[in-house]
Design a protein around this ligand. Structure first.
Ligand code: AKG
Length: 239
């Protein structure tokens, strides 16, 4: 996963904030309105392609801790809207409607699926109709100099972090060479192969990540799905 994030956010990307959502039925904690979107322009939630390379502001990795089947609801996005130059009309945004919006694509997947999307894409939460609870972990990442959240991680609260994990929790700044909080330059080496996590795929808070679905981060005007058999284990808890 760190390779995917590095490719989009550049070296030195940072974890901006994280939370877990649990939905029993119907609307989730943030309601059912589409939000995000590339227009009006917002540095923190922007999307661009430069020299053939995708660049983005806030990028989300949402881990399904439970199965999300077709018709269950949950995450959905408007494919291609990360490149929109006109704002989505207000009366197109409510997702609790019947029939469903034809321009909204639900993203489903088994427990362990990681959905990667840019906040520059119009997206939201469809009402939950699944058999059990919807349980999702959200980890939201930024380029090194940008913050969405006004609160930063206190790295000293987590004494067993690797250098790599400390670098990812660093507050926003230019990452210039001589700054006082300097971590190893650029992107430090990844966790050595052969670790507990590398042996089993990545373990993220106890979830084995096998499928990664990438939405809105491709250069095609469609929602695409990518599969990664092995993802980097840097998110694993230090043992
Ligand atoms: O999956 C969801 O519930 C939507 C999440 C969302 O809208 C967000 O992370 O901004």
């Amino acid at each position: 996963m760190s390779g995917v994030l590095e490719g989009i956010l550049g070296p030195g990307f940072r974890l901006d904030h994280d939370y877990a959502d649990l939905i029993r039925r119907g609307k989730g904690p943030i309601g059912t309105m589409l939000h995000g979107g590339a227009t009006p322009f917002d540095y923190g939630q922007s999307y661009a392609v430069h020299d053939g390379q995708i660049r983005s502001g806030l990028v989300v990795v949402a881990y399904n801790l439970r199965y999300v089947n077709p018709g269950d609801g949950g995450f959905a996005g408007v494919a291609g809207s990360h490149k929109a130059t006109f704002a989505l009309p207000e009366d197109w945004k409510e997702l609790e409607v019947d029939p469903p919006r034809p321009y909204v694509t639900p993203v489903t997947g088994p427990a362990g699926t990681a959905i990667v999307f840019t906040e520059a894409m119009s997206h939201g939460t469809l009402p939950w109709r699944g058999a059990g609870e919807r349980r999702t972990l959200f980890l939201k990442y930024n380029p090194h100099a940008i913050a969405w959240s006004a609160r930063f991680y206190d790295r000293d609260r987590y004494p067993n972090l690797t250098e790599r994990q400390r670098a990812i929790l660093e507050p926003p700044n230019a990452r210039y060479g001589s700054r006082p909080t300097k971590e190893p330059a650029g992107c430090p080496a990844r966790t050595a192969p052969g670790s507990r996590a590398a042996a089993s795929g990545a373990i993220v808070y106890g979830v084995t990540v096998r499928n990664t679905t990438s939405v809105g981060l491709d250069v095609l005007p469609v929602v695409t799905a990518k599969r990664f058999e092995n993802v980097d284990p840097w998110l694993d808890r230090p043992s």
